[in-house]
Design a binder for this molecule. Structure first.
Ligand code: ZN
Length: 200
């Protein structure tokens, strides 16, 4: 049994439809006369074989070397011949037999891409949560300070806090929205506010 994903099974099936065990054996230069029998015995292409110890079962597309070179189907035979891992053998066969593998490769790329995106979103959520907490604490601090304003002199000294509060509220508002776009916008506003007002 090939240890491969579902998509690979489609590809393997397509390769096997095109390439029989006889084709594969001919491809690697095994010399035999086509016969109607169920088993074909030839000299093994993989070891110094004096007597025909290499058997081919055309009906079930299997091969076996009784001198312990291995056994399997047509893909295993090509893997043994090319001395390649199964995955690379499948890719090479698909290419040589002109079987499209784009979908499979494309799917693998998509999986990788999704994984990367999930990581990025996870990291963003972590940073956003941290920033949100920081901004919320600043908001509380501003409210406290603004409640202390009693005189015009106080207002002169602390008036800028109104502007800061507006910007902080704006960022917090956006960050609480459902859409990722809003969250990202709120995040960058929040970052910019911190940078402008606190230098960090
Ligand atoms: Zn052998």
């Amino acid at each position: 049994m090939h240890q491969l994903g579902c998509k690979q099974y489609d590809l393997i099936d397509r390769i096997k439809d095109v390439l029989t065990i006889i084709d594969a054996a001919e491809m690697i230069g095994v010399k035999f006369r086509r016969r109607g029998g169920r088993v074909i015995s030839v000299c093994c292409p993989f070891h110094d074989d004096k007597s025909p110890s290499f058997a081919i079962w055309p009906e079930s597309n299997r091969w076996k070397c009784f001198g312990s070179c291995g056994s399997g189907d047509q893909i295993d035979l090509m893997a043994r011949h090319w001395e390649l891992p199964l995955q690379q053998t499948i890719e090479r066969l698909a290419s040589e037999l002109n079987i499209q593998v784009e979908n499979t490769a494309h799917d693998l790329r998509l999986v990788e891409q999704r994984k990367e995106e999930a990581n990025l979103i996870g990291e963003f959520n972590r940073q956003e949560k941290e920033l949100f907490g920081r901004l919320a604490r600043i908001e509380h601090f501003i409210e406290d300070k603004l409640s202390e304003i009693k005189t015009v002199q106080d207002l002169d000294k602390l008036g800028d806090l109104y502007l800061l509060r507006t910007e902080v509220n704006w960022a917090l508002d956006k960050m609480q929205k459902k859409s990722l776009e809003d969250k990202i916008e709120g995040f960058s506003i929040g970052k910019a506010v911190l940078k402008r007002w606190l230098g960090s």
